[in-house]
Design a protein around this ligand. Structure first.
Ligand SMILES: Cc1cc2nc3c(=O)[nH]c(=O)nc-3n(C[C@H](O)[C@H](O)[C@H](O)COP(=O)(O)OP(=O)(O)OC[C@H]3O[C@@H](n4cnc5c(N)ncnc54)[C@H](O)[C@@H]3O)c2cc1C
Length: 549
């Protein structure tokens, strides 16, 4: 049942077996697994059933401050409401929503040269759950799991030397959520409460075990949920934030005896300023598989990755590199200029005519390129898609030049962290503060991977790198162009001093709390996180069904 918490009587108490905080892909996957069991399940989410209806003052709960290296604002990478941040998954053209891939075997192993690397288990442990997660997303099976097949057996254009063409699949934006809702429908054991912000997990009765969650539906108005087990599924920033706010019995926050909560914040920074000038411009016509396209009902594309053995030898972390024809400068300048005029119109209408005059020339010069993008239906968000399906317009793309749009894994870094800030939200609670840090290893990976790709393409006679200007190259200021994958902040470790949860996602120092989400990832690895976190959530659902039966 879906319940709007604002309609509950004051000081209401809900009693249940399992209380899940967060109705994103992680929390709802656990709940869907428990649907139909003998366990009572309550899911609590701060946002509304229709995320668009979440009031602006509730949005202040995901805002926060941000210092350190360049990163999007902390509310940019997460959302509230039923479906969580999944509401932001693109639905470009007709088939592309969320981009998915399994992590590789190498991602789970300890890398001697990478401090804090290594998951508590091998990938084989997750494989059966990956299968079920792929079913939940309805993406079929990955045709060539790159770790299972020798790179020699997967030869695609550009997959030369140490380069492999890894397959990514796209699920439609709502497939997962629709399936989860169908699992609850008609089941009396799962209740989902919206507009329900958990402000504290309270272990004051029996320190070391949480007895109740304090929940607010509005300032000064709230209720309590008492449960046998709690699952924290509030996202990569929300998970550490709630633990730090839960400081009734310990000022450092729940489960933070070893000062690990909130540390090791990482993402998958993205960088797309490196180009390749092709020796044969006609090669572009054979690169269609690097463009996302509907293949047998599923959106699929390939991206370049570097063979794991070579990464290990060179001591570089993982990355994946999308390849597409380089979008013309004129088009990009025009879009920038139009955006600037529109935002001036919105924010300072009196200055809009001056802005239009200043930028009008650029907009006029590139108008035909924009018209071409609209006419051909070429999407320019994040990476262009649809470019391989029709002749390339030279107004829109630079002939014979490719862009390498790379996304990198980051080194686990204890100094990169979430803490409680000094600003407050609509409930008077301290907002999250992010101090994001790039490390030397991150920069080495970005530069080293670019050099490897450049050398492989040059050796194969394909083309030469077109390097970005110093201004464009990532440096200590980093890049704001992140993968929107906050991770690592309640990391898994077998050692309670090195991590917040164990290999099952259970908190080391709190008896009855599990955490699910990318915050538990020890390292970010070679893929977007959601397939892995949904696999972990299904695995946790199985555990809870058995443990609490
Ligand atoms: C623009 C964008 C594009 C993305 N594209 C991809 C992609 O292509 N592939 C991919 O794998 N990943 C992608 N991601 C990341 C993906 O969305 C996340 O990995 C995923 O949503 C995380 O799921 P989650 O359930 O752990 O957390 P979330 O989806 O963030 O859900 C957390 C939920 O918890 C709720 N919550 C938080 N705190 C509280 C509290 N105290 N009380 C009650 N409720 C609370 C929030 O309201 C929210 O609904 C993208 C992200 C963005 C922003």
């Amino acid at each position: 049942m879906l319940i709007d918490s604002t309609a509950l009587p004051p000081d209401h108490v809900v009693r249940t077996d399992v209380c899940i905080v967060g109705a994103g892909p992680g929390g709802l996957s656990v709940a869907a697994r428990l649907a139909g069991s003998a366990l009572g399940v309550v899911v609590l989410d701060a946002g509304a059933e229709d995320p668009e209806q979440t009031p602006a003052d509730v949005h202040t709960q995901i805002e926060g401050t941000n210092t350190g290296d360049a990163y999007p604002t902390v509310d940019f990478v997460r959302s509230q409401g039923l479906g969580g941040t999944a509401v932001q998954w693109l639905e470009a053209g007709q088939s592309f929503g969320v981009r998915l891939k399994r992590l590789e075997e190498q991602d789970f192993r300890r890398r001697e040269w990478l401090p804090h690397s290594g998951w508590p288990f091998e990938r084989a442990e997750l494989d059966p759950f990956y299968d079920r997660a792929e079913d939940a997303f309805a993406i079929g099976r990955f045709a060539d799991d790159v770790t299972a097949s020798s790179p020699e057996s997967v030869r695609h254009p550009l997959a030369v030397g140490p380069l492999t063409a890894a397959e990514f699949r796209f699920a439609r934006r709502w497939t997962l959520l629709d399936g989860q809702r169908a699992a609850f429908t008609g089941r009396s054991n799962v209740d989902v409460y919206t507009r329900a912000t958990v402000t504290e997990l309270d272990d004051s009765d029996t320190p070391g075990a949480v007895n109740r969650a304090h929940v607010r539906s509005a300032p000064g108005r709230g209720f309590t949920v008492e449960a046998r087990w709690f699952v924290l599924a509030a996202g990569g920033i929300g998970n550490p934030h709630l633990l730090l706010l839960s400081n009734r019995t310990r000022p450092e926050g729940l489960g933070n005896e070893h000062d690990t909560v909130g540390r090791f914040f990482a993402d998958h920074p993205a960088f797309n300023h490196v180009g390749v000038r092709l020796h044969d411009p006609q090669l572009v016509a054979r690169l269609g598989e690097y463009d996302a396209a509907d293949r047998g009902g599923v959106g699929i594309l390939r991206a370049l990755s570097v063979d794991a053995d070579v990464l290990e030898r060179e001591q570089l972390m993982h990355s994946w590199t999308n390849v597409h024809p380089r979008v013309s400068r004129r088009y990009l300048d025009t879009v920038d200029a139009a955006r600037e005029v529109l935002s001036t119109l919105r924010e300072r209408p009196l200055d809009a005519p001056a802005a239009a005059l200043r930028r009008g020339g650029t907009i006029a010069r590139g108008a035909r390129a924009v018209f071409e993008a609209v006419r051909t239906g070429t999407r320019q968000h994040v990476i262009p898609s649809g470019w391989a399906q029709r002749p390339l317009s030279p107004r829109l793309f630079e002939p014979g030049v490719l862009t390498l749009a790379s996304t990198y894994e980051q080194a686990p870094n204890p100094d990169s962290r979430i803490t409680l800030g000094t600003t407050v939200d609509n409930l008077g609670q301290r907002q999250a503060h992010l101090d994001y840090r790039w490390s030397e290893l991150d920069l080495r990976t970005a530069r080293g991977t670019t050099e490897l790709i450049g050398k492989a393409l040059a050796d194969a006679g394909i083309g030469e790198l077109v390097m970005p200007t110093d201004h464009e190259y990532p440096d200590h200021a980093g890049t704001e162009n992140s993968g929107h994958h906050p991770l690592g902040t309640t990391r898994m470790s077998t050692d309670p001093k090195q991590g917040v949860v164990d290999g099952d996602g259970r908190m080391h120092t709190v008896a009855n709390v599990s955490i699910v989400g990318s915050s538990t990832f020890p390292t970010g690895g070679s893929a977007n996180p959601t397939l892995t976190l949904v696999a972990l959530a299904i695995r946790l659902g199985d555990h809870l069904r058995t443990r609490l039966a």
